[in-house]
Design a protein around this ligand. Sequence first.
Ligand code: VGL
Ligand code: ZN
Length: 209
Amino acid sequence: MPRNTDALLVVDVQNDFMPGGALAVPRGDEVVPIVNRIAATFRDVILTQDWHPRGHVSFASAHAGKKPFETIRLRYGKQVLWSDHCVQATQGAALHRDLSVPHARLLIRKGCDPKVDSYSAFLEADRKTKTGLDGYLASRGIRRVFCAGLATDFCVAWTALDARKFGFQSIVIEDACRAIDVEGSLEAAWKAMRAAGVKRISAEALLAR
Ligand code: VGL
Ligand code: ZN
């Protein structure tokens, strides 16, 4: 069973990332019942929500002649461009209706700056603006974070990597995530996570402990 020094980060389980959504993650809906079961075993659960203003810099539609999944260079580095998604206060940005984590204590909204993306729940894509999650977790006495949700190769991976950067043990619950997988992004993400000391576990193994 998870300890009081463990937290679960439930990343971007939102309508736009579901099959049929604006930025669909294949089989993204399958994580919902798994996340619900896992979350019930954690005292500390933090939810994240991708939460962009209209015309956000990560939207292909904001750049003349650009299409989703193309990349551009911004001041802070390379940016993949996406279809418009998770626009603040739209139904697409809402959490999946069957996500059931009534005891979650904190919801982090990210990607709110019109000019800066944020995959990670800890740091925006400029790699210096903090969301405050690191301080929150430290204040709660958390030493180990488990990550689940969408998408494995973007928001989950960046969050799990930044957890290491801020000194937490970091574990991805691999079957409680689904990936977008553009141009080898999933393999690259696992490689980076392995190199950074991010561990992987299955939901079953976690629940059996
Ligand atoms: C995400 C692409 C753009 C994610 C968010 O949640 O992984 N991916 N915005
Ligand atoms: Zn986004």
